[in-house]
Ligand binder design. Structure first.
Ligand code: 5GP
Length: 187
C-alpha cells in the first residue's frame, strides 16, 4: 500500500521551512505535490518550484476541466492540487506529500483513501497561539487589516488540529524535523 502525506498548519508556522529541511533525507521515497495558485508570485519564489503560478481565469478554466483533486479559495486566491502531480509522483513509485490548508485535507483524505493508498495527516503547531501572533506580527509586511484577516484564518486553522492523525510542535525546528522524518519514513 502506498502512503500519501498531508501536512497542514496555520500560516507562518513554518510548514515549508520544515519540509525543505526534511526533504533532503527522504526525497528518494517522497516528493511534494506542487500546487497551482492564482496568487502573485513573491520575489523569493520560482514558477514550478513553490507553485505553478497562473491567472485567476486560467485557474477557473482548470476547475471546469476537472484538473484538480481539490482546490480552495484562501484570502481571495485559488490554490489547488493538480491531478497531474499525483500521476507524476506515483509514476516514480514515490509517495506524495501535500502541504495544504485544512479545507484541502478534508476533501483530499476521503478522496484518496482506498485499498491502494493510506493517507497520513500531520498538523504542525506553533508552541502557543501567542507565539504564532508574534510570528505573524514579526513579518511586518502587511497592513493591520491584512494582519487581522491572516490571524482570523490562522485561528480557524488552529482549531482544526484535532481532525489530524498526528500533531507536531514547531518549537525547535530540528526536533520537529526529526519527528517529521520519523513519521514519513515509518508510516
Ligand atoms: P501561501 O500563499 O502562504 O503560500 O499559502 C496559503 C495557504 O494555502 C497555506 O496554508 C498553504 O498550505 C495552502 N495551500 C497551498 N497549496 C494548496 C492547495 O493546493 N490546496 C489547498 N487547499 N491549500 C493549499
Amino acid at each position: 500500500m502506498k502512503n500519501v502525506f498531508i501536512l497542514s498548519g496555520p500560516a507562518w508556522v513554518g510548514k515549508n521551512t520544515l519540509w525543505n529541511l526534511a526533504k533532503t533525507e527522504c526525497e528518494n521515497i517522497i516528493e511534494e505535490s506542487i500546487s497551482m495558485t492564482s496568487r502573485q508570485i513573491r520575489p523569493s519564489e520560482l514558477d514550478g518550484r513553490e507553485y505553478h503560478f497562473v491567472s485567476k481565469e486560467i485557474f477557473e478554466e482548470k476547475i471546469h476541466g476537472w484538473a484538480f483533486l481539490e482546490y480552495a479559495l484562501v484570502h481571495t486566491n485559488y490554490y489547488g492540487s493538480p491531478k497531474s502531480e499525483l500521476v507524476r509522483i506515483t509514476g516514480k513509485w514515490k509517495s506524495p506529500i501535500y502541504i495544504i490548508e485544512p479545507q484541502g485535507m478534508i476533501h483530499l483524505k476521503p478522496l484518496l483513501e482506498d485499498e491502494w493508498y493510506k493517507v497520513v495527516t500531520i498538523f504542525l503547531l506553533p508552541p502557543s497561539l501567542d507565539e504564532l501572533k508574534k510570528r505573524l506580527k514579526g513579518r511586518g509586511t502587511e497592513t493591520e487589516e491584512q494582519f487581522q484577516i491572516r490571524l482570523a484564518t490562522a485561528i480557524t486553522e488552529f482549531e482544526q488540529q484535532d481532525l489530524y492523525d498526528m500533531k507536531l510542535i514547531n518549537d525547535d525546528i530540528f526536533e520537529a524535523k526529526k519527528q517529521l522524518l520519523q513519521i514519513l519514513q515509518n508510516s
